[in-house]
Design a binder for this molecule. Structure first.
Ligand SMILES: [Zn+2]
Length: 63
């Protein structure tokens, strides 16, 4: 806990409960995932999950 984990294997991806898949499409036995956005460390997943939520929130406002 004294050193930042930056290796790909330590990334935590966002698990989309609607699509039942990792948001960024990562696969493999070593990949980790969570349904809790605050615990996600994969920048791609953060962006994708954030974008997804933005789309959901703004869906009615987009013209
Ligand atoms: Zn990811």
């Amino acid at each position: 806990m004294d050193a930042p984990t930056q290796t790909p294997a330590s990334l935590v991806h966002f698990y989309d409960t609607r699509t039942h898949a990792i948001a960024c499409g990562a696969e493999g036995p070593d990949r980790r995932s969570t349904k809790h956005p605050r615990q996600v460390t994969c920048q791609s997943c953060v962006a994708l999950s954030g974008a997804s939520r933005a789309l959901d929130d703004g869906a009615g406002a987009i013209s």
